[in-house]
Ligand binder design. Structure first.
Ligand SMILES: C[S@@+](CC[C@H](N)C(=O)[O-])C[C@H]1O[C@@H](n2cnc3c(N)ncnc32)[C@H](O)[C@@H]1O
Length: 207
């Protein structure tokens, strides 16, 4: 995602009530202070999906997770226009998830993750086995991941990676917008579907 480096991004996001400072001492469940399930979107970009999900599902807590300060700033600005006690954001790399969450998360969304097409960069894909390992301890119990992408190669790689790691496919479709699966579009999804790309979707679970 190309975005200008925004001056003072760090200061602005640190002052937002929506921002979880990391590293932190507080446990994640103390932040929401309730027993509602927590859904995490890794690589939330400018936050359209996670913000609209938080509006639609007030009985679920949502965390948007993004490594770029300038990008997460846009997501936080979107959230600031509303009052959403069930939404927070964290700015960190996905590899830090093991230091931030422990048995907190019910579901992970991977929406339009960077495809890293070169074979030598496969380990950077957020569905690579190494990342699946990182997510393991973040899950509260049953592991559930939902992935959407326009990219055929990343989709095939990911489905194989999930399966090899012991995940079971619960729902899958290769043209999400022609299916009856409930869906909120992300920024990338709007952009790519307008260009004529079909959107691939898979939901996997692991006990
Ligand atoms: C292609 S964009 C998709 C954004 C959004 N999910 C959407 O669908 O519109 C991928 C996003 O993931 C973030 N990202 C990529 N690798 C990441 C990582 N290792 N940890 C955290 N965020 C990451 C990027 O900064 C970028 O904002």
């Amino acid at each position: 995602m190309r975005i200008r480096n925004v001056k003072n991004a760090s200061e602005i996001i640190n002052n937002s009530k929506y921002f979880i400072k990391y590293p932190k001492e507080e446990r994640i469940d103390k932040i929401f202070n309730n027993e509602k399930p927590i859904h995490l979107e890794i690589g939330c970009g400018k936050g359209k999906f996670i913000t609209e999900m938080a509006v639609k599902y007030p009985n679920i807590n949502f965390i948007g997770y993004e490594r770029s300060e300038s990008i997460i700033l846009r997501a936080i600005q979107k959230a600031e226009e509303r009052d959403l006690p069930n939404l927070r954001f964290i700015c960190a790399d996905a590899s830090d998830i093991k230091d931030i969450f422990y048995k907190d998360i019910d579901l992970i969304y991977l929406n339009f993750s960077d495809p890293w097409p070169k074979k030598r960069h496969a380990k950077r894909r957020l569905t690579h086995e190494n990342f699946l390992k990182v997510y393991d301890d973040a899950f509260k119990g049953r592991k559930e991941i939902i992935m959407k992408t326009d990219n055929d190669d990343l989709f095939c790689f990911s489905v194989e990676s999930f399966s090899k790691y012991g995940y079971i496919i619960e729902e899958m479709c290769i043209d999400l917008h022609k299916s009856d699966i409930e869906n909120i579009k992300t920024e990338y999804e709007e952009k790519f579907s307008e260009k004529g790309f079909t959107i691939k979707y898979v939901k996997v679970i692991k006990d």
